[in-house]
Design a protein around this ligand. Structure first.
Ligand SMILES: Nc1ncnc2c1ncn2[C@@H]1O[C@H](COP(=O)(O)OP(=O)(O)OP(=O)(O)O)[C@@H](O)[C@H]1O
Ligand SMILES: O=C(O)C1=C[C@@H](O)[C@@H](O)[C@H](O)C1
Ligand SMILES: [Mg+2]
Length: 182
């Protein structure tokens, strides 16, 4: 059943806000915080992809490989077309596929949380559950490869370096509110 609540902002057409950025940057925390502050529903593409596949991200990678996970991720994005006004925290690798970028652009705006790799690595508690991460060398390579893709995809970039999660929520909430996006 479609969730309805008069406190929630409803714009015309599809008006999702997609948060992209490296693994552990704080995308889910921000989307959840902004959802509470601005009464917008929040979803996470990794969790939705796990639901489609019926297993955890780590299990998908191990049993089926990354490609199947990426397919589930694209499927997830398609399902969001029929929804409205969502705050969407995206998997770190969502920018790997051009089709995902096109779908996100079609459905709303893309916000890039631009942070340091060292902060991401510190914030990720269970690196064993993160198949994409691997060693520090691997994570560094991945960060170098993905960062230009986040930058190119972004409608809005938020510098999150040396900011607390709370500061990021306040700064980005203000910015998105001023642009009429929240
Ligand atoms: N207020 C906070 N202060 C410090 N650390 C926090 C705070 N909120 C969350 N964290 C930590 O930072 C981690 C990363 O945050 P979050 O899960 O929001 O990032 P993400 O970008 O969504 O990562 P993922 O790659 O898992 O999708 C959390 O798992 C948590 O351990
Ligand atoms: O290793 C991981 O935890 C992840 C791998 C990528 O597919 C990402 O897209 C996903 O967000 C997380
Ligand atoms: Mg997340």
């Amino acid at each position: 059943m479609e969730f309805r609540d008069s406190r929630y902002v409803v714009h015309e057409g599809c008006d999702h806000i997609f948060f992209v950025g490296f693994l552990g940057a704080g995308k889910s925390t921000l989307a959840r915080n902004l959802g509470e502050l601005f009464h917008r529903r929040y979803v996470d593409t990794d969790r939705l992809a796990e639901r489609i596949a019926g297993k955890s991200l780590a299990e998908i990678y191990e049993n089926d490989g990354e490609e199947l996970f990426r397919q589930a991720e694209t499927e997830v994005l398609h399902t969001l077309k029929s929804k409205k006004s969502l705050l969407v925290s995206c998997g770190g690798g969502i920018v790997e596929k051009d089709i995902n970028l096109a779908l996100m652009r079609e459905m709303g705006v893309i916000v890039f949380l631009d942070g340091d790799l060292s902060d991401s690595l510190r914030q990720i508690q269970r690196t064993d559950r993160r198949p994409d991460l691997g060693s520090v060398e691997n994570a560094t390579q991945l960060y170098r490869r993905l960062r230009p893709r986040y930058e190119a995809a972004a409608d809005i970039t938020i510098d999150i370096r040396e900011k607390t999660f709370e500061q990021v929520a306040i700064d980005s909430g203000k910015l998105l509110w001023e642009r009429g996006l929240l």
